[in-house]
Write a protein that binds this ligand. Structure first.
Ligand code: MN
Length: 335
């Protein structure tokens, strides 16, 4: 296995921080996915092992499809947290705004302010914390934590082990995406040797689709648009449609994979009207020739080269009319 990727300076500072602190808060981005929750649970477990007081937080509730994760039941909503931690560890979060307003208040309004730590793999991460460990080459924050715990000689409890595996599996699209390197497979192999039940976890992650979600998939299949000679796929999900099917914002994750999976499609855009009226836009690229993170950043969004997102405050058709031409132009430049 290649040498561990954590910068020695971060390792040293992080070790001191953990040694000197007693009370920690751990948080990841809102609308948490498998990597955000996996990293939260694993870091919570590590601090617990070291005898620290630790509270796991998130702006949002754990989505129903990930409630099976052991430890997720101990994650509380940030708004319900009234303690003053010595340090707050922010995980899998590229932009400070994505921990939510109560989380930001925790960092900014406490006197003295807790030390903030930022461990992440988003390439657009702007290093907003006192201590930053950003490794865009890693497939997931959970992979970074795997290396971190190894370097710090922190053993994995079964809950931590499963959490890391789930973060790596979900952020690589179950070991399909570009960053599924030999090193990723070696981490997965080690976690399996330590006892991960792959069959059980995969069934819970990928083979328990609620009926209403399947009906939502049908809606997407009926409404896909292809542009730029079949190289750009798009779909707009309105609040009306979600209300009609009885689905929530939790149920819409992963729908963009349907668009991305179409033969010949290079770029996919999924627009969703949220409960608060804002538009959430997900972008995917299937070609290294186009970075959707670069396109997203033109609209104030961010993410990775192959997967990025934007939020806009305008009608959904207006958002589509703004972003779609940029994607069409981007594919037109590919030979
Ligand atoms: Mn991630």
């Amino acid at each position: 296995m290649k040498t561990q990727p954590i910068p020695p300076s971060f390792l040293k500072q992080f070790r001191n921080l953990i040694h000197n602190g007693k009370n920690f808060a751990v948080i990841a981005h809102f609308r948490p996915d498998g990597d955000a929750l996996g990293a939260t649970i694993a870091m919570g477990g590590a601090l617990h092992f070291l005898g620290k007081q630790v509270t796991m937080l998130n702006e949002d509730a754990v989505p129903s499809n990930l409630k099976f994760m052991e430890g997720s039941e101990s994650i509380i909503r940030t708004v319900d947290y009234a303690d003053r931690p010595d340090a707050i560890i922010v995980l899998d979060n590229g932009d400070i705004k994505r921990i939510g307003i109560p989380g930001m208040a925790l960092i900014r309004d406490n006197v003295p302010a807790p030390v903030s730590v930022n461990i992440d793999h988003h390439e657009t991460n702007n290093r907003y914390a006192d201590l930053n460990c950003i490794i865009p080459e890693e497939c997931s924050t959970c992979a970074i934590l795997y290396h971190l715990f190894l370097a710090l000689e922190i053993p994995l409890s079964p809950a931590m082990r499963d959490a890391l595996y789930i973060g790596i599996s979900t952020d690589t699209g179950s070991f399909q995406y570009e960053r599924t390197t030999p090193e990723v497979m070696e981490i997965a192999a080690d976690l399996l040797r330590q006892g991960v039940n792959v069959h059980d976890i995969n069934r819970k992650l990928y083979q328990e689709i609620p009926w209403k979600k399947l009906m939502l998939n049908r809606e997407v299949l009926n409404g896909i648009h292809l542009n730029a000679a079949g190289r750009v796929a798009s779909f707009s999900l309105t609040r009306d449609c979600k209300n009609r099917l009885g689905v929530t914002e939790d149920d819409t994750d992963g729908l963009i994979d349907i668009l991305r999976s179409i033969e010949g499609v290079l770029l996919a855009i999924f627009l969703e009207e949220m409960d608060n009226g804002k538009i959430r836009i997900s972008l995917r690229s299937k070609t290294p020739a186009v970075s959707v993170s670069e396109i997203a950043s033109r609209f104030g969004g961010g993410g990775h080269a192959m997967a990025a997102g934007i939020r806009m405050s305008c009608p959904i058709e207006e958002a589509r009319a703004k972003v779609l031409p940029v994607l069409e132009e981007a594919v037109s430049l590919i030979s």
